[in-house]
Design a protein around this ligand. Sequence first.
Ligand code: BT5
Length: 266
Amino acid sequence: MNGMGGPEEALLSRLAGQRIGGPFFFQSSVDSTNRLALELAKGGTAEGTVVLAERQTAGRGRLQRIWQSPPGCNLYLSIVLRPDIAPQDLAQITLLAGVAVAEAIATVCPEGVGIKWPNDLLIRGRKVCGILTEMRTDAGKHALIVGIGLNVNISREDFSPELRQSATSLKEETGREVSRGDMTVALCERFGKWYETFLRDGFDPVREAWLARSIMVGKTVRVIFREEVQEGTVTGIDRDGALLICTAPGAAIRRITAGDATIVKE
Ligand code: BT5
């Protein structure tokens, strides 16, 4: 992978023996690392498999949205997991991913990285990373694909015009180029550490870490899902990763399981 800050072998040796430690599939160009990872999962690839691409031609977000994936500057990667947990608990791993990526980002940009529900990473209010979790089930066994798009060295003017105000990169925030190799290692390490914690101690430590990094708790938010708009003060998240909001003093807490949230009042 050009510009990864060293040859691919260096990356492999730095992650050898770790929970998220390969096999690695390096692609110079792919439609979507998640799509390829789902295909590999169907073929039985092991937990800890990582697909990385220099660019994506059809990088995907939630709800058929596009993830802008220009070549040579950012990270586009997908991790394959095979957790032996109940399907209703799988959403917990999406939240775990947000915590792991936030910690990896904090190694180079300790100030201001926060998680916006459900799983955007923001620095000073701008999106630096998006996460898309997808699942496939074969013969009753689940494979989870956690796709991570992290803007590392892209310059503001290289985003398409409609993203220039809302998106950012580690380079824009730190004022210097950041090694994509180092970020990949940090990301896989943090992910592996949190995944092991989750398998050993359950969701509670993940939930606590997520809440500590959330930028939403205590704020008034508006959540839009399809035609429905809900507004209220965020009180937390529950075990399924649903956002909990209070719409009026004394009203019952509402659970929101999907949608796009914006903060309307600090
Ligand atoms: C996401 O969706 O944020 C999930 C993005 C996941 C991308 C990774 S890359 C590796 C793996 N393989 C894939 O094919 N996907 C995953 P969502 O919350 O729906 O946000 C999508 C929205 O973010 C778009 O509609 C744009 O407004 C904005 N966006 C697109 N590209 C962006 C970028 N590079 N940086 C910041 N914002 C972006």
